[in-house]
Design a protein around this ligand. Structure first.
Ligand code: ASP
Ligand code: MG
Length: 430
């Protein structure tokens, strides 16, 4: 029987300095000693990516996106080489590869490239030579020939995507994402002291949590895992503790329907006041934002009075200035009264498969927020999520109130016990 293949990914905080890199190497060595073949995906050390970005912005306000990707990719090159050297120091054969060397090709969108293909021959050949293969995460190669080969990066947090994509392509037996928390929690433990770690969470639920601000994993990586049926384990690189499995969840029907909470402070609200109430206006507002690559999330249009209406929506806070610039001519041309913005807002969400078909969840959410004195400014729902926009300084109050109202600290007895006895749980504890 061939050795099991394990893909492990280590995030920046797990690789922040030489000591931590040596610790990661020991962890890899332990897995190796257990008989696994290993592909290890690494992020840049600590805050290296932020520091490289700051360097670029120290040179110019508007760095060229192609040069920026060349620069950012070096962060992962550094950590890959250092992890490989740390393994050598333990007497283990290892080799570091850049994303392009690992055969990862992408489309040509700098800063947010999508993986097009993985040609795994080099990685497989190194594994066959008995080496642990360290792959620089977050990057790939675009272009069809050597003449137009370009380094691209996959967007912030993209090493998760590299790891899941490699696990899918190589048919890995396990895909482990090592991070600085133990796994996925019912809410951010920094705000909610009795937040509970989940033994398992469904792909769809995880995707909505990640999309609504839970920062443990890049949403795209979860999506990729879902599409390819890769079971993803999220676990701590600092302690030996069982993590959380992200996988198809057979117990969804029996669980507490709210699985977790997420919050996102990185949002801003834009309100267009006295917008003429006639066909084509929403298109005139949102088309240029879409062309500018700005993601619009919650949208609320009020009932019209005297032929005019107010239109509010949210954009990522980092895109607010650009959104304003894009909308100023639209406001002028279409004769809106004014545009107001507010970045001191945040979103809180309850997420769980089946929320939509179970009556009373929205009412309970609104009731809990009302009792806590938190005002709701906007509401959106999806099949598995209800999101409220509130004042940013009320996030903590809101998540604590919701965590209590939905009894998330209480274990899901039957089903969690089933998970603990499941076939994959012992793998987590290895
Ligand atoms: N180093 C990149 C970032 O900070 C990619 C990653 O960590 O996954 O976003
Ligand atoms: Mg904000």
């Amino acid at each position: 029987m061939p050795a099991p293949l394990v893909v492990q990914k280590f995030g920046g905080s797990s690789l922040a300095d030489a000591d931590r890199i040596r610790r990661v190497a020991r962890r890899i060595a332990r897995e190796r000693a257990a008989g696994s073949d290993l592909v290890v995906v690494v992020s840049a050390m600590g805050d290296a990516t932020d520091e490289l970005l700051a360097l670029a912005h120290g040179i110019t306000d508007d760095p060229d996106s192609r040069e920026l990707d060349m620069l950012l990719a070096t962060g992962e090159h550094q950590s890959a080489t250092l992890v490989s050297m740390a393994l050598h120091a333990l007497g283990l054969p290892a080799i570091s590869l850049t994303g392009p060397q690992a055969g990862i090709t992408t489309d040509g969108r700098y800063g947010k490239a999508r993986i097009a293909n993985i040609e795994p021959r080099r990685v497989q050949a190194e594994i066959e030579k008995g080496k642990v293969v360290i792959v620089a995460g977050f990057q790939g190669l675009s272009g069809d020939t050597a003449a137009d080969a370009e380094i691209t990066t996959l967007g912030r947090g993209g090493s998760d995507t590299t790891a899941v994509a490699l696990a899918a392509r190589l048919g890995a037996d396990r895909c482990q994402i090592f991070t600085d928390v133990r796994g996925i929690y019912t809410a951010d433990p920094r705000h909610v002291p009795d937040a509970r770690q989940l033994p398992v969470i469904g792909y769809e639920e995880m995707l909505d949590l990640a999309g609504q601000g839970a920062q443990v994993m890049q949403a795209r990586a979860v999506e990729l895992g879902w599409v390819n049926g890769v079971v993803i384990e999220v676990l701590s690189s600092f302690e030996d503790a069982p993590g959380t499995l992200i996988k198809e969840d057979p117990f969804v029907e029996q669980r507490n329907k709210v699985r977790g909470l997420a919050h996102d402070r990185n949002v801003a609200k834009v309100t267009l006041v006295e917008v003429p109430d006639r066909p084509g206006v929403a298109h005139a507002v949102f088309a240029p934002l879409a062309d500018g690559g700005i993601n619009v999330d919650m949208i609320v249009q009020n009932v019209g009075h005297h032929g005019a209406t107010d239109l509010s929506f949210t954009v990522p806070e980092v895109d607010l200035a650009r959104a304003k610039r894009i909308l100023e001519p639209v406001v002028r041309d279409l004769g809106f009264r004014e545009m107001t913005t507010d970045s001191a807002v945040a979103k809180v969400s309850i997420v769980g498969a089946g929320i939509q078909n179970a009556p009373g969840y929205a009412a309970r959410m609104f009731g809990a927020l009302a009792t806590a004195g938190v005002n709701i400014e906007m509401i959106t729902t999806s099949e598995i999520r209800i999101t409220c926009m509130i004042a940013e300084d009320e996030v903590e109050t809101a998540v604590q109130a919701l965590h209590a109202a939905f009894e998330l600290a209480r274990p899901d007895d039957v089903t969690d016990a089933a998970d603990a006895g499941g076939p994959t749980a012992s793998a987590v504890a290895s």
